[in-house]
Design a protein around this ligand. Structure first.
Ligand code: BGC
Length: 383
């Protein structure tokens, strides 16, 4: 597990945590000042109040996130004509997310991705998790971090305006050992960047693999087949029919998984390849070719019509590229748009799937006394 990333940077930035209420709402971003606004976004069926925070940078880029699941509800960035458009899938209201969501915009935890048969052994003890995806455990269980209400503070740092979410997961929650205290920070920088910072501590050893599960569509509509993707990965982790890694780190060269140079996603997504068949398209962890232990370029995504470009950098060793294969037109999202097959894609920066059961993969075990630290940056631009 990568535990040191940006400590120096963190020390240099002393976050000024501000009290919750509509802090800077009066300040106008048109005047070139980033703003933050906090308001109610409804109540969960169990009666918990949910807030929505709107961050706007000096150029009008806007991120809205709520305390339920620390979900990014919308993210508006300019196209090449300067027109702002929402580039993430989701719902207009809290009720949509509560009713049924394939992790739209959410923080996934404790363990993003699959754990084989919902079982792992840690320090000689056997643990059993809920099996919620075929024979396996997926994305933290029945009530993962995407379905709980986080506390939140808005903040202004040297990087920009942000939200710091906090959640304390109880010992034994969803079958995981230890009381885990997690913070996730979204900072919207004036340079059209979203910085996602994760920190966590525990009082018992536990697997931990946090990720952000936004579904991107840089055109704001239609399918994502003509989005052009580059992945900084010479290898990926092939899976079995239930999407559990075989343990191999296979070379991508000569396969439809070679995104080391830019390719339209649709070019090879229906190729006759056993891994494509298992995933129903792309649903695989790519092993990042790392320059060092700091932020490394993971992915570049370009949408030719709008000109929008997204660069993803991370301290994590992998990225799950999921091409929205399970979207099937049964969910109706923001503005009444039906989310048809492959109308959004995820680039989930993370450790490899099933690491607790895979001895050769980088460890995902967090122990008492250690601090989990992870960082991902999304940089938006146009071309
Ligand atoms: C997984 C997919 C899954 C999706 C939504 C992705 O992270 O890799 O297999 O369908 O999340 O649950």
């Amino acid at each position: 597990m990568l535990k040191t990333t940006s400590r120096g940077l963190r020390r240099a930035i002393v976050p000024l945590l501000l009290a919750s209420a509509a802090c800077d709402a009066a300040v106008d971003h048109a005047a070139g000042v980033a703003t933050m606004k906090r308001e109610s976004f409804g109540t969960t069926p169990s009666g918990e109040a949910v807030d929505l925070v709107t961050l706007t940078n000096a150029h009008g880029v806007e991120l809205r996130a709520m305390t339920y699941g620390a979900i990014i509800v919308s993210l508006k960035v300019p196209d090449r004509a300067g027109q702002l458009g929402d580039v993430v899938l989701g719902y207009d209201s809290l009720a949509g997310y509560v009713k049924s969501s394939p992790y739209f915009g959410a923080i996934v935890g404790r363990y993003g991705n699959r754990i084989a048969k919902g079982k792992f052994t840690l320090d000689g003890a056997d643990y059993t998790l809920a099996v919620n995806n075929g024979p396996n455990a997926l994305h933290g269980g029945l009530t993962g971090f995407d379905k709980v209400v986080w506390s939140a503070d808005t903040m202004r740092t040297a990087e920009g305006v942000g939200i710091q979410f906090r959640y304390v997961s109880k010992d034994g929650e969803e079958g995981y050992p230890g009381t885990l205290t997690a913070t996730v920070t979204y900072t919207l920088a004036d340079a059209s960047e979203v910085h996602i910072g994760y920190e966590a501590t525990t009082d018992k050893a536990t697997p931990l693999n946090l990720t952000q599960h936004s579904y991107f569509n840089l055109a704001g509509q239609g399918d994502i087949m003509s989005h052009v993707l580059t992945l900084n990965a010479d290898r990926f982790t092939p899976v079995d029919a239930t999407l559990i890694p075989t343990g191999e780190l296979a070379l991508v060269a000569g396969t439809p998984f070679d995104f080391t140079s830019p390719h339209a996603i649709g070019d090879r997504i229906n190729a006759d390849h056993p891994q494509i068949a298992f995933g129903g398209g792309y649903d695989h962890n790519f092993v990042l070719t790392r320059a060092d232990t700091g932020l490394t370029l993971a992915a570049v995504l370009k949408e030719p019509t709008s000109g929008r470009v997204l660069e993803v950098r991370t301290t994590e060793p992998g990225v799950q590229f999921y091409s929205g294969n399970f979207l099937d037109g049964t969910l109706t999202g923001k503005g009444g748009v039906v989310y048809a097959h492959r109308t959004g894609l995820c680039l989930e920066t993370q450790h490899y799937p099933d690491s607790p059961n895979q001895k050769t993969f980088p460890s995902t075990i967090l122990r008492p006394g250690e601090t989990y630290r992870s960082r991902t940056v999304w940089r938006f631009g146009v071309e």
